[in-house]
Design a protein around this ligand. Structure first.
Ligand SMILES: [Zn+2]
Length: 274
């Protein structure tokens, strides 16, 4: 609905003084400021998504997309124990990923979140407290509080949203779409939330390597098996020639590919006609 995409319409100037507090938003009754963090961060990777994906639901790969790109996504973090292990594995493979974070966990791990953004990973909104069916009013708070937290800590608003539990028919997802979030599900579930062992998670995650897969993982508290499985997954997919990109980067690549394909189709039909 917004012509500016999520996070652009709140009118806060970045860079001067302490991080702006969103009007009407408090965290546990107290205003919250990420302690010891200066207000502006410079992250090297652009989080903007192409216009065609703003306010759209992404739930499958682009057909025939040829580039060997894969997007690893981690939900429900950050966590002080699990997330750093995943970051280490990603860094060892020069891999970028997308973390769909919860506002309530960002409050606990602001410094870690900034580290994730500075390392080139994309940060997406996964709501504040992971509700399944919030009221319209709560949905507004959930989305906005997390958006503002991410912006305060990293210096930029998130452009992507992942619905808690993958539920798309609720007030939260409807609102995210209306606000212009690229609302991104997954094409492969690693099964790491289902109690699988390390080896099974790795097998499931790499069972159908194909250009443009979006793989679901979790880096919330207790997901140690995920952290154990990630190095194997990175090794397997790297060996198969895949590069690891963020969701915004994948959507950019899809967008470019679709434009090229449309141009090529237009050229060939013009050629045939004349
Ligand atoms: Zn979740």
């Amino acid at each position: 609905m917004s012509a500016f995409g999520p996070g652009r319409g709140t009118g806060h100037a970045a860079g001067n003084g302490p991080p702006a507090q969103a009007p009407g938003i408090t965290y546990g009754g107290r205003p919250w400021v990420p302690s010891g963090l200066c207000p502006v961060a410079v992250a090297p990777v652009d989080w903007a998504v192409p216009r065609g994906y703003r306010g759209e639901l992404v739930r499958r790969r682009v057909h025939d997309f040829p580039e060997k790109l894969v997007a690893l996504t981690f939900d429900d973090g950050p966590d002080g124990k699990v997330t750093p292990r995943i970051l280490e594995a990603l860094a060892a493979h020069r891999a970028r990923a997308t973390f769909f974070v919860l506002g309530e966990r960002v409050r606990l791990h602001a410094r870690l979140l900034r580290q994730m953004a500075t390392a080139g990973h994309a940060i997406g909104n996964h709501s504040y407290s992971h509700p399944a069916h919030p009221s319209a009013q709560d949905a507004q708070r959930e989305l906005r509080a997390t958006q503002e937290l991410i912006r305060e800590v990293t210096g930029r608003p998130p452009s992507c949203f992942r619905p808690p539990y993958g539920i798309t028919k609720n007030a939260l997802t409807r609102l995210a779409l209306r606000q212009g979030y690229a609302t991104v599900l997954w094409t492969i579930d690693s099964g790491d939330a289902l109690g699988y062992e390390r080896q099974d998670i790795a097998t499931r995650a790499t069972r159908a390597p194909a250009p443009g897969q979006i793989i679901l993982f979790h880096d919330g508290p207790g997901h140690h098996t995920t952290a154990e499985a990630v190095p194997t997954i990175l090794e397997k997919l790297s060996a198969a020639g895949f590069q690891f990109v963020t969701i915004p980067e994948l959507l950019q690549a899809w967008d470019q590919w679709l434009r090229q394909s449309r141009r090529a189709a237009a050229c060939s039909s013009t050629g045939a006609g004349g």
